[in-house]
Ligand binder design. Structure first.
Ligand SMILES: Nc1ncnc2c1ncn2[C@@H]1O[C@H](COP(=O)(O)OP(=O)(O)OP(=O)(O)O)[C@@H](O)[C@H]1O
Length: 517
């Protein structure tokens, strides 16, 4: 009995082991199939991703793709030695070009290479991290919750994905243009951002890039250009143009008169006539207001000499314009005389209105109806520090001329040290403003308008040695532009006076009297 039971038990046990063995083998082969399928699936997934990435690169970076394809085809057909020798030859030719004509080399070749390099190796790689560090990324608070289940420790944890840059959306770098001194990086904003956010972060971005200046320009509602200044092109003095040779004096475009250079290495032109011609220049003592005044006059010398421009000057200090007194047909030092000059201009304006009303919308300037250009130095001396009656009368006349003079060929250019509303109550009426070195950050906004400082017009940080450097903003200019006025030495002012008055033989005052008569 016990032997039979033992045999039966052993039989069952054997059967059980055999069944388990079969089940184990079946499970193992199922798992094997599943693992193989998973490997194939993952491999296919990565393959598709890689193919998609390559396709995207070819589509979006077609120049790089073409270059790579070209190099590959060349190596296949002609071998790498010929390619290397040709590249070496091209490099040598470029080196010679750089030595012989650095300006044309930069303009036609180097800036494209530099832009390409900056796009891929500087801004493409580093800008997202700088933007994130400067608070210019949008953190996605609705990140997916990841559930970590630990079977061994029977513990479950809920976590969000990491909070680094990968969890935040940063603006996309669209294009980089690298000029001689500025890199202009065009970025596309992400939803939730506005251009003003970039304005506020401009200084932090400059620090991140380790440059002195960063300026933000709004190009489209969702695209801004973040400009980094690599070199200061305005660090050395800009010379004013030579006076024309009397006999060869050509016509002057009074809407576009050379006044200095911009930080982009281009010429800075100012209008003396038409849109943007009423210019207010503010700057602390010694900031270089006089070069902003004299340089365009030197450029327009032939037009002043020929009588197409008639100059008026108000010079409360009696020193600055007095140095070139001969070029001014009307001139005043005291408040009473200033009022007389302004009245003369207002009368001229009224007579032009009568002569042209209903016939033209903008009068053509000529020797008969010249551009009346008023240079009003130290505006504050007469609009704040005189008796109330004179002050009010002066402010009223200046307001009349700046609001109505444009179409009638009358322009006013004012200069002031302290740009507060008390000192220049009519400052808003000047259509274009220049802010040279000022003593306080608040003055920048007072001169150039709200938001100018945030947009990079840091006129309070201009150094004492940078006389003539300033920012221009106003009608016709989208963003504050850093410029340096051409430096006009005393002897050039004298030469200008000599040129305009034809060696002192022309009495410009008679032109006013002639018209009045
Ligand atoms: N564009 C310039 N480039 C280089 N140096 C300049 C320039 N303009 C002026 N300077 C230098 O700065 C000095 C002061 O200039 P300027 O007399 O024009 O200042 P300002 O602003 O008119 O001062 P103030 O209001 O006291 O008359 C000049 O004597 C000259 O040495």
């Amino acid at each position: 009995m016990s032997t039979g039971f033992l045999i039966a038990a052993l039989g069952f046990l054997g059967l059980g082991v055999w069944v388990l063995h079969k089940i184990g083998r079946a499970l193992a082969s199922v798992l094997e199939v599943l693992a193989a399928a998973a490997v194939v699936f993952v491999a296919l997934w990565w393959l598709c991703k890689a193919a998609f990435w390559v396709l995207a690169q070819v589509m979006t970076r077609w120049r790089t793709s073409l270059t790579v394809a070209g190099i590959y085809v060349w190596c296949e057909l002609a071998g790498w030695v010929s390619l290397a020798s040709i590249l070496g030859g091209v490099g040598l030719a470029l080196g010679v070009w750089q030595l012989v004509g650095p300006v044309s080399f930069d303009q036609w070749c180097w800036r494209f290479l530099r832009s390409w390099w900056a796009r891929w190796f500087v801004y493409g790689r580093k800008l997202p991290a700088w933007l994130h560090a400067c608070g210019l990324s949008v953190r996605d608070e609705a990140l997916p919750v990841v559930v970590n289940v630990n079977l061994v420790g029977r513990r479950r944890t809920l976590t969000r994905t990491s909070a680094g840059t990968s969890s935040a959306r940063t603006p996309k770098v669209c294009k980089v243009r690298s000029g001689a001194s500025w890199d202009e990086v065009r970025v596309e904003l992400v939803a939730g951002q506005k251009p003003e956010d970039f304005d506020e972060a401009a200084r932090a971005l400059a620090v991140a890039r380790k440059v002195a200046r960063c300026q933000v320009r709004e190009l489209e509602p969702n695209v801004v250009s973040v400009d980094f200044q690599r070199h200061d092109r305005l660090s050395s003095v800009v010379s004013c143009p030579p006076l024309p040779d009397g006999a060869k004096a050509g016509g002057v475009d009074l809407r576009n008169v050379w006044a200095g250079r911009t930080e982009y290495g281009k010429a800075w032109h100012v209008p003396l006539l038409g849109a943007g011609a009423h210019i207010l220049t503010a700057g602390a003592s010694g900031a270089g207001k006089n070069s902003v005044m004299w340089c365009p006059l030197v450029s327009a010398a032939s037009a002043i000499r020929s009588g197409v421009v008639r100059m008026s000057g108000i010079d409360p200090k009696g020193m600055e314009l007095a140095y070139g007194r001969g070029i001014f047909a009307r001139y005043a030092v005291s408040g009473k005389d200033a009022l007389e000059v302004l009245d003369g201009l207002v009368d001229e304006m009224e007579s032009r209105k009568r002569a042209f009303s209903g016939r033209v919308r903008t009068i053509p300037v000529s020797t008969e109806y010249p551009l009346e250009l008023l240079e009003f130095d130290e505006v504050g001396a007469l609009t704040k520090y005189t008796d109330r009656k004179t002050r009010d009368a002066i402010v009223e006349r200046v307001a009349l001329l700046t609001t109505q003079g444009r179409a009638l060929g009358i322009s006013v250019r004012g200069y002031v040290q302290e740009p507060t509303k008390d000192t220049v109550p009519v400052r808003e009426l000047f259509t274009r403003r220049v802010c040279l070195r000022v003593t306080s950050k608040n003055h920048v906004g007072m001169v150039l308008g709200d938001g100018a400082y945030e947009r990079g017009a840091w006129a309070n940080r201009i150094g004492d040695s940078e006389a003539g450097v300033g920012y221009v903003w106003g009608e016709g200019i989208r963003e504050p532009l850093r410029v340096r006025a051409g430096w006009v030495p005393d002897e050039t002012v004298k030469a200008l006076e000599d040129y305009v008055t034809n060696g002192g033989s022309a009495d410009l005052r008679s032109r006013v009297q002639g018209v009045a008569a």
